[in-house]
Design a binder for this molecule. Sequence first.
Ligand SMILES: O=C(O)CCC(=O)C(=O)O
Ligand SMILES: [Fe+2]
Length: 372
Amino acid sequence: MDDNLLAQTLRMSSLTIPHYTHAPVTKANLEYADLAIIDLSKAGTLEGRLELAKDVREALRNQGFFYVVNHGYTSAQMARIFDIADIPFAHVSEDEKKTYAAKMKETGSFQGYKPRQYWHIDNGVRDQLEHYNINRDVTKRRHPEPLRPFLPEIGAFARHNHDDVLHPILRLLSLSLELPEETLAKLHEFSAVGETYVRFMKYYPRNEEEEAKTKGVWLKGHTDFGTLSILYSQPVAELQILTKDGTWKWIKHFDNALVINAGDAMEFLSGGFYPATIHRVVQPPTDQQKYTRLGVFYFCTTNDDVKLVPLADSPVLKRFGITRRFEDGDEPTMGAWRRARTVAYGQSDLKPADDKGVEEEIINGVPVKHYN
Ligand SMILES: O=C(O)CCC(=O)C(=O)O
Ligand SMILES: [Fe+2]
């Protein structure tokens, strides 16, 4: 960080904002997924990275999700980013929110607000969650006035996610595919055109009718469209993953940890070796039902111009075999894939894909499934 930015950040850190108090951790006895813990402090040596690469590989092959600890943010920094994350929801007027609404359908981009009730969930019920999405280059767009004093901090947060979390994990993944360590990181440049971004997200309690009509599902089972998604663990239990045995398991809150999963683009680049993970959001257990749930994420994609072709030079993929989702030459670029998925999400007509309630839509010739 240069001196100017550092000075500015220190000045901004002293800006006081109301503290966002999370719900207490649930006492409910839930069936939790058993996830690996990746200790990034071990990534300082090649020996450590080779060991972590094995663990990440097992985790992405078996569960599709893992925790990361020792990622370089203290618990105070974590708390601070959640305080900032609540500003676009709690401290921006409804009128101002409209001015900064994202134009998903027109632009295929989430930048700005995703308003409440924009997506169809089920049986005529629409979602009760709002996002505010910020490109990692925070200067790309204007932001609501109450958020402006915090842009240097949000910019530093994006930079931290990119350099200290995303790239180190991509190095482990490159190693796990027996490729040069920088292979995947080079496809995810901070300065390239692309939509790796910070998302703040707030879920609001729903009424009984909405819960009944959707069977308690708040966000249907889906895969993320990018390569990796980084989620800052918070206490409200709502996130579930579809495990290999076909059952949904809860993600347990882990103080000060990150929760990471693979998305479509990682599945395409790895020729199916690292499948995109299916996850959903459901009503929390009884003791947390009256609380809001605030989320902080860093959603990662490759540079927009990267063609999502399997990394066929990988000796691992040569041994394992490659599953192609597209005919040779028909692979979309990252930009085309994320635009198509963003335009369609929660808006398109889903068609039944089986008799168990799975639905699908066809994007760039590829069936994209939604799980209930
Ligand atoms: O809120 C969560 O925990 C997950 C949200 C999610 O899956 C998404 O925004 O893609
Ligand atoms: Fe997701």
